[in-house]
Ligand binder design. Sequence first.
Ligand SMILES: Nc1nc2c(c(=O)[nH]1)N[C@H]1C(S)=C(S)[C@@H](COP(=O)(O)O)O[C@H]1N2
Ligand SMILES: [Mo]
Length: 497
Amino acid sequence: MIDDIERRDALLAAAAGTAAVAGSYLVTGWSPSFVVRPVDRVIVDLTPGPIVTAAIETVGDAGHLLHVAMAIATAIGLFGAVSFVGRRLADRVGSRPLAGVATGAGAWLLAAGLTGEPALAIGPALPAAAVVAIGDGPIASADGSSTSVDSARRRTLGAVAGALGFVVSSVGGRRALATEDDPLAGAPRSAGAESRIRDLGSASLELESDDLHGLVSPIDGFYNVDISEFDPEVTTEEWSLTFTGETGAERTVAFDDLIDRPVEHRAISLRCVGEPLNGRKLDTAVWTGTPIRPLLESVDPSGDCDCAMLHGADGYYVQFPVEVLADGFLAWGMNGRELPPSHGHPVRVLIPGHWGETNVKWLTEIELLETEEEGYWEERGWEGTGEVETVAKLWEEGITDLPDGRIELAGHAYAGTRGIDRVEVSTDGGESWTDATLSEPLADEDVWRQWRHVFEPDGTHEVVVRATDGTGTLQTHERSDPSPTGASGWVRRTVGG
Ligand SMILES: Nc1nc2c(c(=O)[nH]1)N[C@H]1C(S)=C(S)[C@@H](COP(=O)(O)O)O[C@H]1N2
Ligand SMILES: [Mo]
């Protein structure tokens, strides 16, 4: 009997917790005000560095799913616990209606405390209160008579069913809303960037495969790496960049001041230090922005280490030399559009030739330091602030059977500011090598090139690809894992047969 009641208590708490989280989602969507976000933040911050690193290397993006699932479950547990306390309180006082009211008030407090958004905290508070009001009965102290057990059971099931229905309609309703208010749908395209994209289109190799990106990656195909599952929401009005720390003169730049500066459209590639050798975290966009050097010089950096810590609105930070930063670019546009939320809206920095992690998104502060300090990933064992390794990729969609029986191999090669001079392909496991055709070199200083090689297959081939950078240095043959300084070695894969 007691077991049965305890099970019902747990069920009702889970239903109230789930309804609360769904209610929050209904009013906030997948945004920083969603109650799951602060919980996710804590989970990510509490996870030890080696585990984060291992997750990136082994489960990759599944790692994100994992901590988000944990965060959702934890949030449900927290609101469930609030509902349980609310019902306990009602028991003590001997007033059943108090259970719903106390749950609502507790859920409101919890949500407001987690997110700092009292108005939006109504989202989780109301459904949690409603579920408890519908499903409530005395906690684990029923008189045990069969009628009251039956009606309690019915109430609990009613509350659970109501909560589930609410979850389904919240998620569905939110989805419908989301497609309507794509913040970038109406944004004007930049004519200068459009013309650069066309230039890159005509510099691209003609390929049989439609799936392989050309020289420009489409925005929705551009990889993403974030420390948090939630993109900060920063409007152009709110945004500013402040130079702090060891400067001759602190300075804050507003968005309107920034875009008044000399505008350039640069093709720049990004590659994540955490990706496997033949991984997919290498992409290129045409970025619209302005060089950072004049701004940096105007604040007269004076710290002894000549190094800077860059901060993003998501709590991310990374440190590297001022002279590297001086060659950087502050971007507010991507492929002719306003910079999308997932790529750092409204402003990110792009650092030529260095690993992706130096390219801080949602950039808000550049702190000139007196002594070196570790950045977010360096605290977790990575050494990813240096120059990228040379790599030639051969992705699945780069392998195409041509109608005449030959096989087309195609991909991208990247060596940061060193540029790519040559890509060689072997179809016999590295015994013999042939030069691949390369796309025209671009004037941009930090961009990949495409390569293409067609051959007559004869059974199964062990294909190996290697690039030579602009200094004449061959991509290193020695294999290494991504951690800590980036994957190395030559991409090989079995083709044909
Ligand atoms: N603020 C902030 N900037 C960031 C990151 C982040 O998590 N937060 N990730 C970094 C990493 S590891 C990489 S590889 C690139 C990825 O940029 P993208 O998501 O636009 O492809 O952003 C870098 N800048
Ligand atoms: Mo990265």
